[in-house]
Design a protein around this ligand. Structure first.
Ligand SMILES: C[S@@+](CC[C@H](N)C(=O)[O-])C[C@H]1O[C@@H](n2cnc3c(N)ncnc32)[C@H](O)[C@@H]1O
Length: 375
């Protein structure tokens, strides 16, 4: 049984991380791409050493994974067909922490792999809510094929009115993004007798441009978080394969080439972001990317000689971006904890007990914290 955190513990922990983040906001609330020179008086190494020392004094409120739950559950092969290895490890870890006897409501279920395995192992009925019709159909077919008590409801969870969900159920959500899990928290606090097992994800996927703290306690914080600040909380690349990492490097380099070219042509060194584009373009030749980028800003194409001159400058800027990012990365975990603690405080303020528990190893998912809550 996971031990619950008291509201005093939650408040203390929130205050610690809030102060750490607010004191050093200049080191992480910035866009590395806007700099042409090292922006701070101390070296990267000196800053990192100082921050690491301060971080050692803060307590992580998330209970670590216990040895038992790191063992893989032996599922029958027919039940897990089509679930890739890392997802299966996440689901097994999640179910390992699930200690409710109530009927299950699965929020934003996708094909409902979590619900299907949970129903099979715990013999509980599961209702899975999902917005994409084809995923509902595929999930329902799998449940029927294996005789699992799982029903899909094709719906937009954001359109459900608070209080319209059943009472006395266990609400589960694996990797529900920003507004989707915020809405789940709201629904949960409107239902009586429910229990919550929520693994949040992608905090920046929200309609509002700035983060609105959920808890009254976090509403007192001096921090103002933009969507790009929020992105930092999920900006770890452990699960990215080599190909994805290579593509990211190419994308960043080419964007910097364009940035340098635009600055040269227009005599304006200020950073002008380009829109997002299908990553496919970064598998090809730089000229196709430059043609697209120049079109966005109404510029003529660079010659091959100009491109050859810009590339080494862009490489140098990429190194600077990496060095600034290395400092920002030290704030990733504190920021994620700040966001998790805001959710935990919100539940605590509504009269619920809350635990924060790691449910799978970091390599299987960097978003590996489960918020467990009940009256
Ligand atoms: C990140 S996936 C997680 C799926 C699953 N829980 C898992 O861990 O594999 C988020 C799911 O939420 C669904 N979704 C997005 N917006 C939704 C909405 N408004 N209502 C219901 N489901 C939604 C998506 O279609 C997608 O299947």
């Amino acid at each position: 049984m996971t031990s619950m955190l008291t509201s005093a513990q939650l408040q203390q922990s929130f205050t610690d991380y809030d102060q750490f983040l607010a004191t050093h906001s200049g080191l992480w609330q910035c866009n590395p791409f806007t700099y042409t020179h090292w922006p701070w008086s101390q070296s990267a190494e000196a800053i990192r050493t100082r921050l690491r020392q301060q971080l050692q004094l803060l307590t992580d409120p998330v209970a670590p994974l216990d040895a038992l739950t790191t063992e893989q559950t032996a599922w029958p092969f027919w039940l897990t067909n089509g679930i890739q290895g890392r997802k299966l490890a996440q689901i097994s870890g999640f179910i390992g922490q699930f200690d409710s006897q109530q009927a299950v409501l699965e929020w934003c279920s996708g094909k409902g792999h979590l619900g299907r395995l949970l129903s099979y192992q715990r013999l509980l009925p599961v209702t899975s809510l999902e917005w994409q019709k084809t995923l509902c159909e595929q999930g329902q077919a799998l449940a029927q094929q294996h005789g699992i008590a799982q029903q899909f409801q094709h719906c937009d969870v954001l359109a459900l009115t608070p209080g319209s969900l059943p009472n006395n159920c266990a609400m589960v959500a694996l990797h529900a993004c920003g507004d989707l899990h915020r809405r789940l928290l709201e629904q949960f606090t409107h239902s009586s007798g429910a229990e919550l097992f929520l693994a949040p994800c992608c905090y920046h996927l929200q309609a509002a441009s700035y983060y609105q703290p959920l808890s009254k306690y976090a509403q007192q914080s001096p921090l103002q978080l933009s969507k790009s600040d929020l992105k930092l909380a999920v900006q770890d690349f452990v699960t990215a394969g080599q190909r994805t990492a290579r593509l990211r490097d190419t994308e960043q380099l080419w964007r910097l080439v364009f940035q340098e070219y635009r600055a040269l042509l227009c005599g304006d060194p200020s950073y002008q972001p380009l829109p997002a584009i299908n990553k496919q373009i970064f598998t090809g030749d730089i000229s196709a990317f430059m043609a697209w980028a120049c079109q966005q800003h109404g510029l003529k194409l660079p010659s091959a000689a100009e491109l050859a001159e810009l590339l080494p400058i862009a490489h140098q800027r990429l190194r600077l971006v990496r060095d600034i990012d290395d400092v920002r990365q030290l704030f990733r975990r504190p920021l994620e904890l700040w966001l998790l603690l805001d959710r935990a405080l919100y539940l605590s303020e509504h009269g619920y007990q809350v635990a924060l528990k790691q449910f799978c190893p970091y390599q299987h998912s960097p978003r590996n914290t489960l918020i467990i809550s009940r009256r």
